[in-house]
Design a protein around this ligand. Sequence first.
Ligand SMILES: NC(=O)c1ccc[n+]([C@@H]2O[C@H](COP(=O)([O-])OP(=O)(O)OC[C@H]3O[C@@H](n4cnc5c(N)ncnc54)[C@H](OP(=O)(O)O)[C@@H]3O)[C@@H](O)[C@H]2O)c1
Length: 332
Amino acid sequence: MQATQIRTTGFHDGTTDDIFETTHTPLADLKEGEVKLRTDWISIDPAMRGWTTNKRSYMPPVQPGDVMRCFGVAEVLESRADKFTQGDWVTGFMGVQDFGVVGAKMLRKVDLNLAEAKDYLAGLGMTGFTGYFGMTDIGQPQAGETVVVSAASGAVGSIAAQIAKLAGARVIGIAGGPEKCGYLLETLKLDGVIDYKNEAIPAALKRECPKGIDVYFDNVGGDTLDAVMGRMNYQGRIVVCGSVSQYGDFANATGPANFMTVVTHSLKIQGFTMKDYMHRVPEAFSYLLKAKRTGDIIFREHVVTGLDNFQSALKMIFTGQNHGKLLLKVKK
Ligand SMILES: NC(=O)c1ccc[n+]([C@@H]2O[C@H](COP(=O)([O-])OP(=O)(O)OC[C@H]3O[C@@H](n4cnc5c(N)ncnc54)[C@H](OP(=O)(O)O)[C@@H]3O)[C@@H](O)[C@H]2O)c1
């Protein structure tokens, strides 16, 4: 069987995202502990830039010439692993490819009676779990507190913001452009918004957070983190989920000038990855499934179709063209 794959041609070095090529190769024979997959959905993630950058991180970089790493949802066509049989649906790390042979250890089964396949990459997958654990475990918003979320209309940010609202906090979202800010106010019912592409963040934070900020859920880093740090309240919490504004050029990333507020205001800053929480996935899944069914949390997805659009889809993340969780449907 012939498979179509997206492979890297080199490392991301901050100058170009054009480091992918399409190849067609016969599938390898199945070994013990492996499954043959037909990929249905691929998650397009900001982390993909990190995975293709040759620097120390939470997992090794994808080597030039390898099939690009992704989270996906796929159907098992053939199995030589005890925990899966033909016809099962699975999610986990797999390659950007239509068919592939993958080690079963990287995968877990999904139930298509509970949710659609794509949901397991969006609100009911790593994206939702990240918003859930980051906000509930680290941010710990209390009723009446002021919570600020950056990239708030995006996949993780929108879930984190809605969880803070459900906790009774006053939630301010930062996003780029009127459409995204309108979505945050009108659909997600946040208490205030800052359109960072059209207004200065420090002045807007003063307007939207007159009593200061108790929790900041940081998805972007850079100048936004710096401005928020300048308005954090005593014993505030900063959840460092990501730093998407800094992923373009890791070599020239800069730190926040207001860092001393960590000392002067006794702040707590904590980063995390989903690796820290894998043992608690069932808890997050049942919370998010219930919230989806009751309508307490709204999930928004943005679908691009076809493996040949992988590279352009990835660029959308860094120009803010995605409106919600960005997903690639493999077959047109
Ligand atoms: N810690 C973890 O385990 C974990 C897991 C998943 C994701 N994350 C992190 O969570 C963050 C959000 O990821 P996501 O998957 O939910 O993506 P997303 O928010 O759906 O999409 C990324 C958004 O980031 C914003 N953005 C892009 N470049 C920016 C820049 N230079 N400055 C400010 N904003 C910029 C854009 O929104 P605007 O149009 O509003 O600018 C874009 O739509 C990322 O930092 C990601 O790395 C962390």
